[in-house]
Design a protein around this ligand. Sequence first.
Ligand SMILES: Nc1ncnc2c1ncn2[C@@H]1O[C@H](COP(=O)(O)OP(=O)(O)OP(=O)(O)O)[C@@H](O)[C@H]1O
Ligand SMILES: [Mg+2]
Length: 234
Amino acid sequence: MKQVQMTKLPVYSFETAEAINQLRVNLSFTDQDCRAVVVTSSLPDEGKSFVSVALWRALSEVGKKTLLIDCDLRLSKLMERYGIIAETPLIGVSHVLSGQNDWQDAVYETDVINGCIMPVTSIVTNPSILLESRRLGRMIEEAKKQFDLILIDTPPIISVADALTVCKNADASIMTVRSGKTKKSVVKDCIKRLQMTGKPVLGVVLNRVDTGNHHYGYYYYGYRNNPYISEEKK
Ligand SMILES: Nc1ncnc2c1ncn2[C@@H]1O[C@H](COP(=O)(O)OP(=O)(O)OP(=O)(O)O)[C@@H](O)[C@H]1O
Ligand SMILES: [Mg+2]
């Protein structure tokens, strides 16, 4: 398999590493069939990409063969943010979805043992059409045969339908919510939209919590059995 280097992988604070580890453990309690999990949120900047990458690393580091698929075909920042470099021009998700390449051609091993990525390598003019292609579902199903877990980073739900389209083709989703910023009504509306895809929302990650010492924290709420967005608050 081809390789990329991730030259800017961050070192997480103790609190962040702990919270992500908790999220990883919670994920392991879910149904065995939930192996392709979408990470999404209502609005931009809620930490979808941050949580996707941190969780992907945590899963890989405990020996799970994990694939991170970047499905933010509009504004992906992963290549730049994590300093992803390779010796040859990269084939990415849009090459696969447009039928130019097989899905395996866009999968790269990384510096993270057990962790592979499928990056966005080019800007496309028609992301929605690409994501609506049957190739997306096929690609995820094929990848599930070779990976223990697949995490899929997406754009925010409020502005475009992309995340919901991806969710339909995955097994489940996790919502990130920016603490102190995103309105509860917006979160609830987006959870309803996610549920309309027929796939379970596994939980909500309350992200970017100001813990007072400049560390951002996370709290994870199992959506089904946690009072965070309970029936009486709906
Ligand atoms: N828990 C966290 N700890 C530290 N920094 C964070 C955390 N969550 C997010 N950030 C930072 O906040 C910014 C926005 O996060 P990120 O890009 O992951 O959001 P996003 O929801 O993926 O945004 P977009 O909708 O544009 O894709 C980034 O600079 C990221 O590094
Ligand atoms: Mg993002």
